[in-house]
Write a protein that binds this ligand. Structure first.
Ligand code: ZN
Length: 156
Protein backbone atom coordinates (compact mmCIF):
# COMPACT_ATOMS: atom_id res chain seq x y z
CA UNK A 1 0.00 0.00 0.00
CA UNK A 2 1.03 3.60 -0.47
CA UNK A 3 2.35 5.85 2.29
CA UNK A 4 -1.03 7.55 2.69
CA UNK A 5 -2.27 4.29 4.20
CA UNK A 6 0.12 4.33 7.12
CA UNK A 7 1.30 6.58 9.91
CA UNK A 8 0.25 7.63 13.38
CA UNK A 9 -2.66 9.75 12.15
CA UNK A 10 -4.48 6.82 10.60
CA UNK A 11 -8.20 7.61 10.69
CA UNK A 12 -11.20 5.62 9.50
CA UNK A 13 -14.78 5.92 8.40
CA UNK A 14 -16.70 2.65 8.60
CA UNK A 15 -19.92 2.03 6.72
CA UNK A 16 -23.17 0.99 8.40
CA UNK A 17 -22.31 -2.71 8.22
CA UNK A 18 -19.13 -2.30 10.24
CA UNK A 19 -20.41 -1.09 13.62
CA UNK A 20 -18.46 -3.63 15.65
CA UNK A 21 -15.28 -2.90 13.70
CA UNK A 22 -15.60 0.81 14.60
CA UNK A 23 -15.55 -0.10 18.28
CA UNK A 24 -12.50 -2.31 17.90
CA UNK A 25 -10.58 0.34 15.97
CA UNK A 26 -11.31 2.74 18.86
CA UNK A 27 -10.14 0.16 21.41
CA UNK A 28 -6.89 0.03 19.42
CA UNK A 29 -6.67 3.83 19.69
CA UNK A 30 -7.63 4.82 16.16
CA UNK A 31 -9.92 7.68 15.26
CA UNK A 32 -12.86 5.78 13.78
CA UNK A 33 -16.26 7.21 12.90
CA UNK A 34 -19.36 5.36 11.86
CA UNK A 35 -21.68 5.97 8.96
CA UNK A 36 -25.16 5.16 10.28
CA UNK A 37 -26.54 5.25 6.75
CA UNK A 38 -24.95 5.53 3.33
CA UNK A 39 -24.10 9.16 2.60
CA UNK A 40 -22.05 9.96 -0.52
CA UNK A 41 -21.29 13.52 0.57
CA UNK A 42 -19.99 12.40 3.92
CA UNK A 43 -17.90 9.69 2.29
CA UNK A 44 -16.37 12.21 -0.12
CA UNK A 45 -15.70 14.56 2.79
CA UNK A 46 -14.05 11.80 4.80
CA UNK A 47 -11.80 10.86 1.91
CA UNK A 48 -10.93 14.53 1.38
CA UNK A 49 -9.83 14.84 5.01
CA UNK A 50 -7.66 11.76 4.69
CA UNK A 51 -9.82 9.12 6.28
CA UNK A 52 -9.69 5.58 5.01
CA UNK A 53 -13.25 4.59 4.16
CA UNK A 54 -13.98 0.95 4.93
CA UNK A 55 -17.01 -0.65 3.32
CA UNK A 56 -18.71 -4.01 2.98
CA UNK A 57 -20.10 -2.91 -0.39
CA UNK A 58 -17.76 -4.43 -2.93
CA UNK A 59 -19.09 -2.45 -5.88
CA UNK A 60 -18.74 0.84 -3.99
CA UNK A 61 -15.22 0.00 -2.88
CA UNK A 62 -14.05 0.41 -6.46
CA UNK A 63 -14.46 4.14 -5.91
CA UNK A 64 -11.28 5.99 -5.12
CA UNK A 65 -10.16 5.82 -1.55
CA UNK A 66 -12.52 3.10 -0.35
CA UNK A 67 -11.33 -0.19 1.03
CA UNK A 68 -13.48 -3.30 0.70
CA UNK A 69 -13.75 -5.43 3.83
CA UNK A 70 -14.47 -8.99 2.81
CA UNK A 71 -14.54 -10.69 6.19
CA UNK A 72 -17.80 -11.21 8.13
CA UNK A 73 -16.62 -11.69 11.71
CA UNK A 74 -15.26 -8.67 13.55
CA UNK A 75 -12.04 -10.38 14.68
CA UNK A 76 -11.28 -11.31 11.08
CA UNK A 77 -12.17 -7.78 9.97
CA UNK A 78 -9.64 -6.30 12.42
CA UNK A 79 -6.98 -8.66 11.04
CA UNK A 80 -7.96 -7.69 7.50
CA UNK A 81 -7.66 -3.96 8.25
CA UNK A 82 -4.43 -4.63 10.11
CA UNK A 83 -2.91 -6.36 7.08
CA UNK A 84 -3.77 -3.43 4.82
CA UNK A 85 -2.81 -0.59 7.17
CA UNK A 86 -0.21 -2.22 9.42
CA UNK A 87 -2.20 -1.27 12.53
CA UNK A 88 0.23 -2.93 14.91
CA UNK A 89 2.83 -0.26 14.18
CA UNK A 90 0.68 2.68 15.29
CA UNK A 91 -1.98 1.20 17.58
CA UNK A 92 -2.33 2.80 21.02
CA UNK A 93 -4.78 0.45 22.76
CA UNK A 94 -7.10 1.78 25.48
CA UNK A 95 -6.50 5.49 24.78
CA UNK A 96 -9.85 6.35 23.20
CA UNK A 97 -13.51 6.24 24.30
CA UNK A 98 -15.24 3.36 22.55
CA UNK A 99 -18.56 5.24 22.63
CA UNK A 100 -17.57 8.78 21.54
CA UNK A 101 -14.26 8.28 19.72
CA UNK A 102 -12.69 10.94 21.98
CA UNK A 103 -9.14 10.65 23.28
CA UNK A 104 -9.15 9.77 26.99
CA UNK A 105 -7.62 12.08 29.56
CA UNK A 106 -5.84 10.75 32.62
CA UNK A 107 -7.50 11.39 35.98
CA UNK A 108 -6.18 10.81 39.48
CA UNK A 109 -7.37 8.00 41.67
CA UNK A 110 -9.03 10.61 43.89
CA UNK A 111 -10.98 12.01 40.97
CA UNK A 112 -12.21 8.52 40.10
CA UNK A 113 -13.41 7.84 43.65
CA UNK A 114 -17.16 7.53 43.86
CA UNK A 115 -17.47 7.27 40.09
CA UNK A 116 -16.28 3.69 39.77
CA UNK A 117 -17.27 0.59 41.77
CA UNK A 118 -15.57 0.49 45.16
CA UNK A 119 -13.60 -2.66 44.36
CA UNK A 120 -12.27 -0.99 41.24
CA UNK A 121 -11.23 2.07 43.21
CA UNK A 122 -9.40 -0.03 45.78
CA UNK A 123 -7.63 -2.31 43.30
CA UNK A 124 -6.77 0.02 40.41
CA UNK A 125 -4.11 2.72 40.16
CA UNK A 126 -4.59 4.17 36.70
CA UNK A 127 -7.78 5.85 35.53
CA UNK A 128 -8.76 7.86 32.49
CA UNK A 129 -11.87 9.81 31.61
CA UNK A 130 -13.67 10.57 28.36
CA UNK A 131 -13.91 14.37 28.08
CA UNK A 132 -17.25 14.07 26.29
CA UNK A 133 -19.37 11.37 27.96
CA UNK A 134 -17.38 11.45 31.26
CA UNK A 135 -17.15 7.67 31.36
CA UNK A 136 -14.25 6.48 33.52
CA UNK A 137 -11.94 3.83 32.13
CA UNK A 138 -9.49 1.65 33.99
CA UNK A 139 -7.29 -1.28 33.25
CA UNK A 140 -9.19 -3.98 35.08
CA UNK A 141 -8.34 -7.58 35.66
CA UNK A 142 -9.38 -8.30 32.09
CA UNK A 143 -6.58 -6.11 30.78
CA UNK A 144 -4.01 -8.86 30.32
CA UNK A 145 -6.57 -10.94 28.47
CA UNK A 146 -7.60 -7.99 26.31
CA UNK A 147 -3.95 -7.32 25.59
CA UNK A 148 -3.52 -10.89 24.41
CA UNK A 149 -6.56 -10.62 22.17
CA UNK A 150 -5.25 -7.39 20.68
CA UNK A 151 -1.78 -8.83 20.10
CA UNK A 152 -3.35 -11.76 18.29
CA UNK A 153 -5.63 -9.52 16.23
CA UNK A 154 -2.69 -7.40 15.13
CA UNK A 155 -0.67 -10.49 14.30
CA UNK A 156 2.04 -9.69 16.82
ZN1 ZN B 1 -17.03 9.03 25.66
Amino acid sequence: MSEMHSGPEMRFLCDQNLGRLVKWLRILGFDAVYLAFWDDARIRGAIAEGRAVLTRKKAMAAKSGMVYIGEDKVEAQVREVSRVFDLGRTARPFTRCTLCNSVLVGVTRGEAKGRVPEYVYTTQEVFAECPDCRRIYWRGTHFQHAGDVIASLLGQ
